[in-house]
Design a binder for this molecule. Structure first.
Ligand SMILES: [Zn+2]
Length: 239
């Protein structure tokens, strides 16, 4: 990950000052079946969300460059800030783990009336963060609980965004997220929709066919593309 620049900016909700940074780049490693591309070193998604230490408003750099009237800020502090919980206790910084930062960004975006697709994408990143350190240090039970919450909510928002959607890859993604969430019937339907669409990608068509077969057998296991494309590994019993 590369930090392109950092500079001071103002929180659009409470007017506190904080440091903003533009991040990007990085050397891509392998991809998981839900399209998370692993990267060498710190992953970009772990540094993209900024959080105001005062009111906990969170979002991408661009979300801190919006115009708001004072009453919008007052409403945010009154209605949303109290709900933004989950930061570690006894910590000097009130910045939570990256997955919780995405949840706060999701709540902030919802308050601002952002479209369903954008809301789903924030929750997908919260889910992805569970596979990246330091979030991987959570207990298995806590990680599973968060996984279920993020997947279910992300799928709800993606479902709402389907009308007018022209991107066939959303069907692939919804198929795989549904399979991982244990909703195998929906997974098969979404993969089928992906396979009947134009402008699809060959390796994802093969992946969709394989994942659809796994859904029919009741498999919800998380897989990398490498594991998926090594047939013998996808046949191992579900853990
Ligand atoms: Zn603030």
């Amino acid at each position: 990950m590369v930090v392109w620049f950092s500079k001071e900016m103002t929180c659009p909700m409470c007017r506190s000052r904080l440091c903003g940074r533009e991040v990007g780049g990085g050397f891509a490693l392998e991809q998981d079946s839900d399209l998370l591309v692993h990267m060498e070193g710190k992953h970009v998604i772990q540094a993209e969300i900024h959080t105001c230490q005062t009111c906990r408003y969170s979002g991408y750099l661009k979300d801190f460059h919006i115009n708001t009237t004072p009453d919008v800020g007052e409403r945010f502090l009154r209605d949303v800030t109290p709900r933004l919980t989950g930061a570690p206790k006894n910590s000097i910084s009130s910045t939570p783990l990256p997955d919780i930062q995405y949840v706060w960004a999701y709540e902030s975006a919802k308050f601002l009336g952002r479209p369903s697709l954008a809301l789903g994408n924030l929750l997908l990143r919260a889910y992805w963060c569970l596979r990246l350190p330091p979030v991987t240090h959570l207990t298995e039970a806590e990680s599973e609980k968060r996984k279920k919450t993020y997947l279910s909510k992300a799928l709800d928002h993606y479902h709402q965004s389907l009308r007018g959607n022209r991107n066939p890859h959303l069907y692939y993604l919804m198929g795989e997220l549904s399979r991982r969430n244990g909703d195998h019937e929906s997974a098969i339907t979404y993969f089928q929709k992906y396979l009947t669409r134009r402008n699809t990608v060959e390796y994802l068509r093969i992946a969709a066919t394989k994942l659809s077969a796994l859904a029919r057998e009741g498999h919800s296991k998380e897989l990398s593309m490498k594991e998926l494309f090594s047939d013998h590994k996808t046949n191992r019993p579900q853990q």
